[in-house]
Design a protein around this ligand. Structure first.
Ligand code: TYM
Length: 312
């Protein structure tokens, strides 16, 4: 029997290279080895996005991106969080099991608040909705970027708390982090993130890619522009880059142009494939995914309701 894999992505903005290397690529490369679930975390994205037109467009974009990268909907369950109401229901139950001081330790929450994102109750409870996402499906493996490691720990803790209180019900999941791309840096050298406005778009046009690359912050003290190099090595091996960086020592403009070209060469075919996928295709995929996900989630919640005593 194949192990079960579950992962998710918020439709909170334009997809970027951090999403690609931290989530889309690892999923596209490995999903067939597992029984795989891919969820568009639309309720999670409400913690930062309150624009219905944008949200609808972003949901379509996320699914389109996975399809453009070759993920076959017949071989993975692709669905939207809000389509399976058991997620928010189970999140509430977990919220009654974990403490406020425990949730206060969340790095992601603290980072987002420090960046000026409004500290809503939803943002604070975010990890328990994510725990519900993962645990409803008896997930074994959760592939995520390094920034989400702690959230998977929270899911384990929620499973543990529930199992101790009500008897063995949930499987404890394990995160799967790609070490060499654990955190893709943005143009300012910090984690590339929609909320930090430091992204390089995944399906951007050449001009957008070039503009983003040219804005990479460089510092003249080191041997080479580290922020440029850190992104460059995602596209070329360190051996390939050695002579380029050696021959153009101090010439940051040339190095940035070379990076922009390498990104464009990589993105262009994917951008074309993405164009060929319609909104109708996306809706069809999500409707099928909803059926499959809901069957599993509903059966798990029937068990949970029985165990906690709300089913009479
Ligand atoms: P989100 O939408 O912020 O990001 C989606 C995935 O992309 C990874 N990622 C990165 N990886 C490396 N470098 C970066 N700069 C970078 N930026 C983003 C993230 O680690 C993530 O894997 N909470 C999740 C969404 C979610 C989820 C889930 C994930 C909701 N429920 C259940 C797994 C399982 C999030 O905010 O991802």
């Amino acid at each position: 029997m194949k192990k079960r894999l579950f992962t998710g992505l918020q439709p909170s903005g334009q997809l970027h290279l951090g999403n690609y290397f931290g989530a889309l690529k690892p999923f596209a490369d490995t999903y067939q080895e597992y029984e795989s679930f891919l969820m568009v975390a639309d309720y999670h994205s409400l913690t930062s996005l309150k624009n219905p037109t944008e949200l609808r467009a972003n949901v379509v974009e996320v699914v389109r991106a996975y399809l453009a990268l070759g993920v076959e909907p017949s071989k993975a369950v692709i669905f939207k969080q809000s389509d399976v109401q058991e997620h928010t229901e189970l999140a509430w139950i977990f919220e009654t099991l974990v403490t406020v001081p425990f949730l206060m330790q969340a790095h992601a929450y603290k980072d987002k608040v420090a960046k000026g994102i409004e500290p809503t109750a939803g943002l604070f409870n975010y990890p328990m909705l994510m725990a519900a996402d993962i645990l409803l499906y008896d997930t074994d493996v959760v592939p995520v970027g390094g920034d989400q490691r702690q959230h998977v720990e929270y899911a384990r803790e929620a499973a543990n708390k529930f199992n101790l209180s009500f008897g063995q019900t949930f499987t404890e999941p394990t995160e799967k982090i790609l070490e060499n791309v654990a955190i893709v840096p943005g143009v300012d050298g910090q984690k590339m993130s929609k909320s930090y406005k430091n992204t390089i778009p995944l399906f951007g046009f050449k001009e957008e890619i070039t503009a983003a690359v040219m804005s990479i912050v460089t510092d003249s003290s080191g041997e080479r522009p580290e922020n440029v190099y850190a992104i460059h090595k995602l596209f070329k091996s360190e051996t390939e880059l050695a002579s380029l960086y050696e021959n153009n020592r101090g010439n940051y403009k040339v190095l940035k142009e070379a990076l922009a070209e390498d990104i464009e060469a990589f993105v262009a075919p994917k951008r074309n494939k993405r164009e060929s996928i319609s909104v109708e295709d996306v809706k069809r995929v999500l409707a099928e995914g909803r059926e499959k996900a809901h069957t599993i989630a509903a059966s798990k919640m029937a068990d949970v309701r029985q165990k906690i005593g709300v089913s009479l």
